[in-house]
Design a protein around this ligand. Sequence first.
Ligand code: ARG
Length: 467
Amino acid sequence: MAKKKQATWGGRFSTGPAELMLTFSESVSFDRRLAPFDIAGSKAHAAMLAQVGLISARECKAIQRGLSQIEQQITAGTFVWRRELEDVHMNIEQALTALVPAAAKLHTARSRNDQVATDMRLFFKWACGEVDQRLAGAQRALLELAEQAGDILIPGYTHLQRAQPVQVAHHLAAYLEMLERDRTRFAAVADAANWCPLGAGALAGTTLPIDREFTARQLGFVDSRGRPRVTQNSMDAVADRDVFVEFATAAALVGTHLSRLAEDLILWASSEFDFLSLPDAFCTGSSLMPQKKNPDACEILRGKAARLQGNLTTLLTLTKGLPLTYNRDLQDDKPPIFDSFDQTVLALEVVAGTVQGTVFKPEKCAAAVADPALLATDLADYLVEAGVPFREAHHVVGAVVKLAETSRIPLNELPHEVVVKLHPALKADWVDVFDLQRAGQRRRGTGMPGPRQVKRQLTRWRRRLSR
Ligand code: ARG
């Protein structure tokens, strides 16, 4: 079972790892995607080593050139990844050393522990930008659908019971707000990642005279005024994974938001609601029932939300019991992060595509919103304006609703003489309350679904999203 000595750390071992151990412990199958960040980190580290005189300028150049060569091979797909070299770091270092003998000095004052922490922070800063672009794309698609919907009204729901009329655009704009907060969260994650761990070493720094600020500046770990940001405790730098948890949290929240949007779309596309039709391109058919058009994309979106929450749970559980500092368990922090990133990006693109092809059905929406009972609250407000305390008004309107229900007559068609007898404040104009236009125009306050407010919201989003 035993294999030859492991080249990088094999000095104190008499045999190499068992085949099964290699299979079990390798991470190169998933961490190879860190290669661009690992190479950038190594180039900066080499520059720093030259800067402080630990390697010569010539050695630094050779190392950097070799790293560029390896990067090209990786991009071209010709680089040979070797499982027995465990991870992305050792694969690149060994290939580099074969090309450039001076690369044997590259690991000076560095450990894979601060190296992987650096790679991941670089990854997070990049990934947050990628997710932000997709969030903006999904927002743009939602905004366009909201604009197309014009002043179409639908019932707004609480408890999935028809509650009050709202503009479709207002309902969609609720998701614009949620996705905007998601963008803020990802920006905060990128900021939290913006501290350079290089120099923390394995856990206790180094005795060598390195320049951490130099490396940080090289890698763009700087604040808004260009000052370097380096981690302030070497043990924290290699042990904690809170940025991972924050990233996974932000992703899980995107998943949750998209899942609720997906659920709204699924309901609205059902024959029971029938407010809209979803694009064929994001639906599928049934292998058995020829008439079916299933909202699979939306259903999968709900599924992805569960998966994103699972990744968050994995990371929280992975770290909670570990003594400081680095423990190999932490290697398993990467698959959930990469999965959260990949699935979030995909989900946002799918949402954008689905929303882009969605078409509302104005007549069906109008029919759903025609029930005058949706404006029962407006009748209570009418009484309040006449000086009736709200609780009493609520009670009176309850009686009107009950009357409509028992006599099976729509609220606004109840005989006038009967209604006005229910309360002295109910005057001849009580029935005007059931005008949807009036109901909209009266909702003038900030954030309300009146047409002017909704228009103002959409204008604000247009401006924000065309930047
Ligand atoms: N592949 C390892 C990981 O991702 C790199 C760090 C290894 N460190 C060590 N002390 N074995 O966790």
